[in-house]
Design a protein around this ligand. Structure first.
Ligand SMILES: [Zn+2]
Length: 240
């Protein structure tokens, strides 16, 4: 049904009334008619928008954590249309499983077969709550979550490896190692998707791991070929 202007105005006013949080209130207001061209929502490149209205051709598929401190667009300065994103708890890629992981599977299938994305980057990060849970549960005897514990089991091979190779390190350090090792586990799991395997074999697809350390202001990345390559670290702000 077509809504008239007064109905829309009433809906927006109602939405504003239900937003108790001031920041959210301001965000809603910034999207109201007449406000859209102000501030960050300003359209800077009309040609780009015209092109993106017709099609998308992203150069990267990115897996990143849902953590609010980890935005791939901000970290790597992606513009609209450059990155096809999947965000979930602890930036994990599960193994190919049509019954359990159709959401992730659909995103990978679409990115590779329809969009022909030439790069996949999995980004881990410092102080990841999902990895801390993976490393502590069930040993801490805490009550299980409805969904989280089942999901983060995706990273169990990484946890096993870290506990074996980094015995004697404290919990925090083991979590740091696991944040990176879990990325490698996801890179291995990516190869269980036939579209990824074919792309890598035909050299039309590159698989990369990344680690965003927002504590020390560094971004590190590495390649996955038949082995994990040595990482390269880029400082994000002047180091002490
Ligand atoms: Zn995280």
């Amino acid at each position: 049904m077509r809504q008239d202007a007064s109905q829309t105005k009433a809906r927006v006013a109602n939405l504003q009334d239900t937003c108790q949080d001031k920041a959210m209130h301001a965000r809603v207001k910034s999207h109201m008619p007449g406000q859209r061209d102000k501030g960050r929502a300003k359209i800077k490149n009309r040609e780009l928008y015209k092109e993106l209205a017709l099609h998308q051709s992203p150069k990267f598929m990115i897996f990143a954590c849902s953590d609010s401190r980890v935005s791939p667009d901000v970290i790597l300065n992606f513009q609209l249309g450059e990155a096809f994103l999947v965000r979930n708890i602890a930036n994990m890629v599960p193994q190919f499983n049509q019954l359990r992981h159709s959401g992730v599977g659909a995103a990978i299938e679409y990115a590779i077969t329809a969009l022909k994305v030439p790069n996949i980057l999995v980004i881990g990060h410092s102080r990841c709550g999902g990895i801390q849970r993976l490393m502590s549960h069930p040993e801490d005897n805490s009550a299980p979550f409805d969904f989280i514990d089942d999901w983060i089991k995706t990273g169990l091979p990484a946890k096993t490896k870290v506990l074996k190779e980094y015995q004697g390190f404290d919990f925090k350090e083991q979590c740091n190692f696991c944040e990176k090792e879990s990325v490698n586990n996801s890179l291995v799991n990516l190869h269980t998707y036939p579209y990824v395997e074919t792309g890598v074999r035909n050299k039309t697809l590159e698989i990369m791991g990344g680690y965003y350390d927002f504590v020390n202001g560094k971004f590190e990345f590495w390649n996955y070929k038949s082995h994990i390559t040595k990482s390269i670290t880029i400082p994000l702000f002047p180091q002490k």
